[in-house]
Design a protein around this ligand. Structure first.
Ligand SMILES: [Zn+2]
Length: 271
């Protein structure tokens, strides 16, 4: 099978890129945890301003990430994520919101969408899934944060609808799902499993001796395909954040106190 994702190392930090977005030459990346300025339990490339880390260290980490990927950190726009499905369509006027101060991030926003090349979309996760979207014909990009709550609420289909309102067509949209907690590690309660649509439950819920496990990435994928995304336009990371805490932050793995990875995507063209 063709390689779906790869890790790039540069100037002491590393990030992950996805084959479909890379081939389409849209600038994007998902940060790994090493090579940053933060100390334990945020060691070390913590990209989240909202988790109790020192602000100056997070800003230094964000500066390093921007420098390596080749975008301007001042153009970042990010949201205050609440495990909802609200999507904000942003323009160049929003550039910088949440870049240096969490209070300035867009409130109650788990999804960002733009057709402007003057902003860099950023979202954060440590076990939840970041979903990257790109329709090259408009062009239009989207970036969403969704764990099991957002998946149940339908974040993936909500972003497809929002992009269609911006002129996109589902069959053209490329999607990449960043590393999140895998089917090996995401134990859920009976009430969560029961909330998964019955038709999908056999494919994404597994009963083990110690409880129920949800395949969160595949749940996102199936809901996206049902919303019109072509399966061959969809890349799903093979990493589990909880199994690979050497590479990633895991909220569950660290019992809540840890850093955040960042995903970014921007319409600035790659060289
Ligand atoms: Zn795992």
């Amino acid at each position: 099978m063709r390689e779906q994702e790869r890790i790039i190392a540069a100037n002491g930090i590393s990030y992950l890129v996805f084959a479909n977005l890379e081939q389409a030459k849209v600038l994007h990346g998902f940060s790994l945890r090493h090579g940053g300025a933060s100390g334990p339990p945020y060691d070390s490339l913590n990209m989240g301003l909202h988790v109790g880390d020192e602000e100056a260290k997070v800003l230094e980490n964000r500066r390093r990430f921007a420098q390596v990927l080749g975008y301007r950190a001042e153009q970042v726009v990010t949201g205050r994520q609440v495990h909802g499905i609200s999507i904000a369509r942003v323009t160049g006027r929003d550039a910088g919101r949440g870049h240096a101060a969490f209070a300035e991030a867009l409130p109650d926003t788990d999804g960002l969408l733009t057709t402007s090349a003057d902003v860099v979309l950023m979202a954060h996760a440590a076990d939840c899934t970041l979903l990257f979207f790109y329709d090259p014909h408009i062009p239009c990009i989207g970036l969403a944060h969704a764990g099991w709550r957002g998946a149940l609420a339908g974040m993936g289909p909500a972003m497809v609808r929002a992009m269609c309102e911006a002129g996109c067509r589902p069959e053209r949209i490329l999607v990449a799902l960043a590393p999140s907690i895998g089917p090996c590690c995401l134990r859920v309660g009976e009430e969560v499993a029961a909330a998964v649509p019955a038709a999908l439950r056999p494919q994404v819920v597994r009963r083990a001796d110690d409880g129920l496990y949800l395949d969160l990435p595949e749940f996102h994928a199936l809901r996206l395909v049902a919303a019109g995304i072509r399966r061959d336009n969809l890349v799903k990371s093979s990493y589990c954040t909880k199994c690979r805490q050497d590479l990633f932050y895991s909220y569950r793995g660290a019992a809540g106190r840890t850093g955040r990875m960042a995903g970014i995507i921007t319409l600035k063209w790659q060289a």
